[in-house]
Write a protein that binds this ligand. Structure first.
Ligand SMILES: *[C@@H]1O[C@H](CO)[C@@H](O)[C@H](O)[C@H]1NC(C)=O
Ligand SMILES: *[C@@H]1O[C@H](CO)[C@@H](O)[C@H](O)[C@H]1NC(C)=O
Ligand SMILES: *[C@@H]1O[C@H](CO)[C@@H](O)[C@H](O)[C@H]1NC(C)=O
Ligand SMILES: *[C@@H]1O[C@H](CO)[C@@H](O)[C@H](O)[C@H]1NC(C)=O
Length: 300
C-alpha cells in the first residue's frame, strides 16, 4: 500500500513538474518556457482537450484592471477552442493597475523589449511547441487589450494573420511624449488625436521599419456611447488601417445595417479592413465570439 501510493505520487509528481504545459482544458500558467520576457508579462494558456493536429493560436488580451484569469472566465475563447481546436494564449499585464504598456518606445517597436515583445515571444514559443499553423495566428482583446491588439498588429505584422480590437485606440495613439511606460493619454482617450490616414500609416510603419510583407487583416469594434475611449477612436483606428492598406476610409465598399446585431453597423473598406460601430453601446462592447471565428476563418 505504502509503496503503491508512493509510486503514484512520484509518477503524478513527475507528470506535473516535467510537463505542466500538457495539462489540458484548464487555464495553465507557463513558468518554464525560457522565453525572453523583458517586462515579466504573465504567460497563461488554454490547450483544448480536442487540440487540432496543427492548431491555430488566438492571443486573447485582457482589459485594464483585468488579468489572464478574468479574461479566461469572461470571454468565450476557451469554449471556442474546444470547438475549433486552437490554443489560446492569455497574457497577463505586469503593471500596477494592470493596463498594458502601449505608450513606451520599447513596446511600440518591433523587438523593442516591451510588453508587445514579450507577447510575441509567447506566440513564437507556442508555434514551436504545438507545431501550430502559422497561417492561423490571431490576436484580439478588449479596451487596453484592444489597444495592445492594434500595437501587436503594427509591431509584429509577420506573426499575426488577423486582429480584432474591441474598444481600443489606434496603434501609437496612446504614445507618451516623455517615454512613460503604461502611461494614460487623455488626448487620445478623448478622441482628440486626429491624423490623416497617411500620417497614421507612417506611425504604424515606424514601429517595424522596413517591413514589406503581408499584414494582418483587421476588424474594429467600438461603441457610440463609449465615455472611456471616446468614439472618435473608432474613426481614427479605421483611418490608420485604411492608410496602411491604401483604402479610402470615407467610402466603404459595403455597409451593412444591423449587422451582426441590431443597432450595430458593419462597414467593409476592402478585403483587409472592417469596422463595426455599435450604436448606443458603451465602452464594453460584448465579444461576438462566433463572428470572431468567421473573421479568423475557423468558421464559415
Ligand atoms: C498623447 O498622444 C498624442 C498622440 O496621440 C501625442 O501627440 C501626445 O504628445 C501624447 N501626450 C502625452 C502627454 O504624452
Ligand atoms: C522586402 O524586404 C526584404 C528584406 O529587407 C528585401 O530583401 C526585399 O527586396 C524587399 N522586397 C520588396 C518588394 O521591397
Ligand atoms: C466618423 O466619421 C464619419 C464619416 O467620416 C462621421 O460621420 C462621424 O461623425 C465620425 N464619428 C465621430 C465619432 O467623430
Ligand atoms: C436600437 O436603437 C433604438 C434607438 O435608439 C432603441 O430604441 C432600441 O432599443 C435599440 N435596440 C437594441 C436591440 O438595442
Amino acid at each position: 500500500m505504502v509503496r503503491i501510493s508512493f509510486l503514484a505520487a512520484l509518477i503524478s509528481g513527475l507528470y506535473v513538474y516535467a510537463n505542466p504545459v500538457e495539462k489540458r482544458a484548464s487555464l495553465q500558467q507557463i513558468t518554464n518556457s525560457g522565453i525572453s520576457n523583458p517586462t515579466n508579462v504573465g504567460f497563461y494558456m488554454y490547450v483544448p482537450d480536442k487540440i487540432a493536429t496543427s492548431p491555430g493560436i488566438v492571443v486573447a488580451i485582457h482589459y485594464c484592471t483585468g488579468s489572464a484569469q478574468a479574461y479566461y472566465s469572461g470571454s468565450p475563447y476557451s469554449t471556442l477552442a474546444e470547438q475549433y481546436g486552437f490554443v489560446v494564449i492569455y497574457p497577463s499585464s505586469p503593471h500596477s493597475g494592470t493596463c498594458w504598456d502601449v505608450s513606451s518606445k520599447a513596446t511600440l517597436t518591433h523587438n523593442g523589449g516591451g510588453d508587445s515583445n514579450a507577447i510575441a515571444n509567447m506566440v513564437t514559443w507556442t508555434v514551436n511547441k504545438y507545431s501550430a499553423d502559422t497561417s492561423k495566428v490571431f490576436v484580439t482583446g478588449s479596451s487596453s487589450g484592444a489597444m495592445m491588439t492594434n500595437v501587436l498588429a503594427a509591431t509584429y505584422p509577420e506573426l499575426f494573420k488577423a486582429g480584432i480590437p474591441y474598444s481600443g485606440v489606434p496603434a501609437g495613439c496612446f504614445v507618451s511624449s516623455s517615454g512613460g511606460v503604461d502611461a494614460w493619454n487623455s488626448t487620445c482617450a478623448q478622441g482628440d488625436s486626429i491624423a490623416s490616414p497617411e500620417a497614421w500609416a507612417n506611425v504604424v510603419e515606424a514601429m517595424d521599419p522596413g517591413y514589406n510583407g503581408t499584414r494582418p487583416k483587421m476588424q474594429i469594434y467600438h461603441g457610440s456611447a463609449d465615455t472611456t475611449l471616446y468614439p472618435n477612436n473608432y474613426n481614427e483606428t479605421i483611418k490608420e488601417w485604411a492608410g496602411v492598406f491604401g483604402y479610402d476610409y470615407t467610402k466603404p465598399t459595403l455597409s451593412e445595417a444591423n449587422t451582426p446585431l441590431t443597432n450595430y453597423s458593419r462597414d467593409t473598406f476592402g478585403p483587409l479592413l472592417q469596422g463595426i460601430y455599435a450604436t448606443g453601446v458603451g465602452h464594453t462592447v460584448p465579444i461576438q465570439g462566433n463572428e470572431d471565428m468567421k473573421f479568423f476563418g475557423f468558421a464559415s
